[in-house]
Design a protein around this ligand. Sequence first.
Ligand SMILES: [Zn+2]
Length: 433
Amino acid sequence: MDLVIRNASLPDGRRGVDIAIDQGRIAAVAPGLPAKGAREIDAEGDLVTPPFVDAHFHMDATLSYGLPRVNQSGTLLEGIALWGELKPQLTQDALVARALQYCDWAVARGLLAIRSHVDVCDDRLLAVEALLDVKRRVAPYLDLQLVAFPQDGVLRSPSALANLKRAVAMGVDVVGGIPHFERTMADGAESVRILCEFAADQGLRVDMHCDESDDPLSRHIETLAFHTQRLGLQGRVAGSHLTSMHSMDNYYVSKLLPLIKEAGVAAIANPLINITLQGRHDSYPKRRGMTRVPEMLAQGIDVAFGHDCVMDPWYSLGSGDMLEVAHMGLHVAQMTGQDAMRDCFRAVTETPARILGLEGYGLHPGCHADLVLLDAGDAVEAIRLRAARRLVLRRGQVVAESPRAVARLALPGRPPQADFRLPMPAGLARKNA
Ligand SMILES: [Zn+2]
């Protein structure tokens, strides 16, 4: 064996497990493995998980905060206007440099797979070229999946559909859309039909920005579910944001959720962005805007949490930390029950992996040895602490390493504590699990 990780806790609650790794893949997962590793790592009871996966991101805009100016109001509309000002000034080199820098941040945080939308409404398709280049360059350490995203509307913007098809021909993986931004509800529905038929024809997955609005009558998710089923795209389609569902009539939602489930459409909520951008026209009470996560999970619908933005025209914060995303999602959706908190961890790991269709993801023998050792005893503690990533492994190789979060306390009248830790002692964590 190339490597054996000893005494790990796993996201499913198993403890004291050894993980043997050979030739970049997981060879065995069991307590007390006899096999010796060329290298051995003691997890000391800490959590080992497959890597974090971000199902919704915009890598063409990331780390552009302040270019050409900052978003003064912090609103979605000023963000879109700002992006419009920035787009003509973008250069391919700068775009590649920022994206590569973000991928370094991601790896340091144990985030090894990202689905990024890329705006195809610039006729030069400069961002598409840049991110395809980035995808090739980061492939040894990060899976980057690209979505052809017609930000200005595939019908509303004259060249968007042709550009989207060019982007797919160039190698972009997934068909995007933005039906709620088209001129009319009818155009929105028509855009969903056109894009789903194109995806079915090309054998591609679909991920649309869908109903990112507080308008309860924005119901393009219903059309997306309809065409998914009609075209046999079950399991290959995701609706991103779905914030209008927050404001929809409850009776209508009781009909809608079974249709989404039946069509095998997944949902991607973006808690950090939804809670900051939605509800902006409200006085008080203010709507939260995030879609109905626990209700969809109860229906058996796959729900992932995405980061969406990091330091760009729409959002001036973020650091590629999917535990921060899960932490916000947990709070906004009031998912504070024990099972619900573990669902939030799944929403940034195995669920988005399924949505992206990642091959070899997981903790079974035969899976890629892509693993993260966290400074936490279990998934809930990982979210609570946004725990340090002690080790990040890609194909069995350590690609990032961080120290445990320890503090030096010097309290008056008390002996100094040099290795004060916020994570609970292993025994206590075990009792609570
Ligand atoms: Zn987005």
